[in-house]
Design a protein around this ligand. Sequence first.
Ligand code: DGY
Length: 317
Amino acid sequence: MKTVLVTRPLPQPVIAALAAAHKVAVRDETGPMSGDEMVAALRRFDAILPTIGDAFSAEIFAQAGQIRTRLLANFGVGYNHIDVAAASAHGIAVTNTPGVLTDTTADLALTLILMTARRAGEGERLLRAGGWTGWHPTQLMGMDVSGKVLGIVGMGRIGEAIARRGHFGFGMKVLFYNRSPKTPDLPARQVGSLAALAAACDVMVVAVPGGAETRHLIDADIFAAMKPTALFINIARGDVVDEAALIAALQAGGIAGAGLDVYEREPVVPEALTRMENVTLLPHLGSATLETRTAMGMLAADNILAFFAGKPLPSPV
Ligand code: DGY
């Protein structure tokens, strides 16, 4: 029987699956672990089930010194908060939870597209504030998405699921930018540069993984290339986008609006964004459904169970 630390409360079936085989401690807090907590956990537990916000950096591994942990089973597909090379240098395996959150995250991208295009947040705020005086023909006119060009940045699993919804569900034409050639299972054209994609689309959605390679991939030049009528959507990681450049583009009318689920310094949301009516802001809800969060937890648990049973890992990083 191994010791396992689960760093956030998770749906009960996940804890039950782990507790049937191992000694499980659940950290009863919703916020990120402090550096001291991470160091202590690395010394004490055979496996840790961390999530976004638990920044297992090279410095933390070095500080821990005598490390007992052999597996970090991340709850989430994105693992840019874990220094995988440093973990591996300390003999720690890393797993993540791909696949199980694809549809749910793609649904949220469409939620942001539609809310922003149709000014739904603005309408709801107006109504709740008691400011609705009745229907009139020019009130809160938004933008149709049908027939518009959807530009996907990063045609991975989630990018393709967004493209499918946009094309088959809402009649959008799909263009995409991807580092390597891709042939997705829908009518879609790959373009050679991000700037070309930015110039051609009406709605741009970012769906690339976070981390050093994609940091500020979307910068002032990309916003400058976009149409002033275009919408910008991010469901990936906040630091893929230069947030200051996004704010400047919105303030200057360089783009028409934005829908954001992620931010550069979560949970900090720049005040300038909160004051803009043409921006939809959500608190990192991409995978937040009961079904999906349970499936993510079960996959993380499966990785832990397989690891200590000497079986192949379902989803190694
Ligand atoms: C993911 O799975 O990467 C979600 O954004 C939660 O971290």
